[in-house]
Design a protein around this ligand. Structure first.
Ligand code: FES
Length: 146
């Protein structure tokens, strides 16, 4: 194989790998849910968690809620139909917005990591994330913003 042929083969392979990675990322990407705020309650429709996976109904593990009225997004993990955990995506070290990757929330500033329960996995942060009280009814989830 000469140099040109080698570059062609490797270039094609690299492009294919990048394409697969982007496709995979878009399938598992973060879902930003619609919400509404009334007083100090933020409500999200439960159906924001619903997805179709392999032609079957399924649920997202989490959604992220952003609003003009919030300084930071809120991540909501779904445990089951009536159990949710809502946390502020604000690093407790120096207040930078966190990134989410599955069950881990990470801070790009100094590397702190938090679990899907808000506990510190890795510092320098030493306090857990702010957790909001959550209630729900048949259709909606209500996050108490206090
Ligand atoms: S601000 Fe997040 S680790 Fe420092």
């Amino acid at each position: 194989m000469d140099r040109k042929e080698f570059i062609k083969v490797c270039g094609g392979t690299c492009l294919a790998l990048v394409g697969i990675a982007l496709l995979n990322q878009s399938c598992t990407g973060t879902h930003y849910a619609l919400s509404s705020i009334s007083g100090d309650k933020l409500s999200v429709i439960k159906s924001e968690f619903k997805i179709i996976k392999k032609n079957k109904p399924d649920y997202r593990k989490y959604i992220v809620v952003k609003s003009d009225k919030l300084d930071f997004p809120i991540i909501v993990y779904r445990k089951d139909e009536n159990s949710y955990l809502a946390m502020l995506m604000k690093c407790t070290h120096q207040g930078i917005e966190l990134n989410v990757n599955g069950d881990i929330l990470s801070c790009s500033a100094h590397g702190s990591e938090f679990s899907n329960k808000g506990e510190v996995i890795q510092g320098p942060a030493d306090q857990k994330l702010k957790v909001f009280p959550v209630s729900s009814d048949e259709k909606n989830i209500y996050i108490q913003l206090v």
